[in-house]
Write a protein that binds this ligand. Structure first.
Ligand SMILES: NC(=O)c1ccc[n+]([C@@H]2O[C@H](COP(=O)([O-])OP(=O)(O)OC[C@H]3O[C@@H](n4cnc5c(N)ncnc54)[C@H](OP(=O)(O)O)[C@@H]3O)[C@@H](O)[C@H]2O)c1
Length: 359
């Protein structure tokens, strides 16, 4: 259709129905395409390597076929049996993989085994190396933590809010649309109680057609000070988890329908490492943090952010502003020194800079 959108034509394996699915894509070398789709769209589940093989009726057609995979095929039995054995059994010719699986149960073993069985195995040269296909998966697997994306919107003089809270939005409509898209793409969100009280936000996805992609929400509220009349609790069918530490408050101030998780404190605040472990344990792989000054500061000190989206407007708040980080003067310089800039784009008069943490 264009240089970035193609239409997949699929016949449903069970229903026999024909589907036309528009997806955006990136092109890598050797004709490998990475397709990007919205979370509620589950067509891609049919394309995991073992499923793709199972769907071919006449397996003889697989002989001498090439396979392109984003991750080294699995060596171990998990939800499915080892993919590597099927590739060998059906005599595939060439396997192109994007990345070696860092899971200790795999970690190059499948590549070795395929080569021992005379399959030709090549690592694809990914053109856009920053678009790391498997980062979320590896983070969860190796660290038991979700992939943490921090979104910050600042003025041109590095403020995240006004002291008098008069102005509702710092950035323009385009930036806000993109922020809503980031919400839709995340498994869940994390915010501090203070932001909920000061801004009374909805923190949902307000892009037409993607409303159902509003992610579940985690709130840090040590003493359970939030009340049930706040806007955040008005969104239906959204799971909300509250992290708290004050056991006495739990007896007094519980809002029906929310899930409460007790977390130990570290230096007088909820321990963020335990918070992230818990989020991963519940089953979320990625989290979008929309932090106020205190939460940003803790994330920075704990070195917890994997990816940063920094939206910067052309406004200035001067002495009526609140800086993004506590104890930092104005530039976020120390914060971003731990990151590498990977993309810079203008959204009308706003600037969006995307950073990845330097490992
Ligand atoms: N421009 C932006 O990108 C953006 C985004 C979000 C918010 N904001 C602005 O930020 C302002 C609020 O910022 P804020 O600094 O007051 O609050 P905040 O960072 O939103 O929330 C901090 C609160 O979370 C709780 N908390 C628990 N454990 C914590 C931990 N380990 N680290 C940090 N906080 C922890 C604390 O309350 P308890 O002790 O009660 O648990 C703390 O007071 C608002 O004005 C809002 O408009 C701006």
């Amino acid at each position: 259709m264009s240089h970035s959108v193609l239409v997949l034509y699929v016949t449903g394996a069970k229903t026999g129905k024909n589907y036309f699915i528009p997806v955006s894509f990136f092109e890598h070398s050797r004709g490998l395409l990475t397709c990007v789709t919205d979370k509620p769209n589950i067509w891609w589940r049919n394309l995991t390597s073992i499923d793709a093989i199972n769907k071919v009726k006449n397996k003889k057609n697989l002989k001498n076929a090439d396979m392109y995979v984003t991750l080294e095929p699995c060596f171990h039995t998990g939800k499915t049996k080892p993919c590597v054995d099927k590739l060998i059994k059906y005599k595939f010719s060439k396997i192109f993989y994007a990345e070696k699986d860092k899971n200790p149960l795999v970690n190059g073993k499948s590549i070795k085994k395929m080569r021992e069985h005379k399959l030709k195995v090549y690592q694809c040269d990914i053109k856009d190396k920053e678009f790391n296909l498997n980062k979320i998966f590896f983070n969860k697997l190796l660290l038991n933590k979700p992939y943490v994306t921090l979104k910050i919107a600042t003025t041109n003089d590095y403020m995240i809010a006004q002291k008098n809270h008069k102005e509702r939005w710092i950035t323009n409509q385009l930036s806000r649309k993109l922020s809503h898209y980031l919400r839709a793409k995340s498994d869940c969100m994390l915010v501090g109680a203070s932001t909920i009280i000061k801004d009374n936000p909805l923190l949902n996805c307000r892009i037409s057609g993607l409303e159902k992609s509003t992610p579940d929400l985690f709130i840090l509220d040590s003493n359970l000070i939030l009340n049930k009349k706040l806007n955040i609790f008005k969104i239906k069918n959204r799971k909300i988890f509250i992290f708290y530490s004050n056991q006495k408050a739990k007896k007094l101030n519980v809002i029906p329908g929310l899930k409460y998780i007790h977390i130990k404190q570290k230096n007088g605040k909820l321990d963020l490492n335990l918070v992230f472990n818990k989020i991963a344990e519940i089953g979320y792989n990625s989290v979008l943090v929309e932090g106020g000054r205190k939460l940003n500061t803790s994330l920075f000190l704990e070195d917890s952010v994997n990816q940063l989206f920094w939206f910067k407007s052309s406004k200035k708040y001067g002495s009526n502003g609140i800086f993004a980080i506590e104890g930092q003067n104005s530039t976020m310089k120390d914060f971003i020194s731990k990151f590498r800039l990977i993309n810079k784009q203008y959204l009308s008069d706003d600037l969006l800079k995307t950073y990845l943490r330097i490992n």
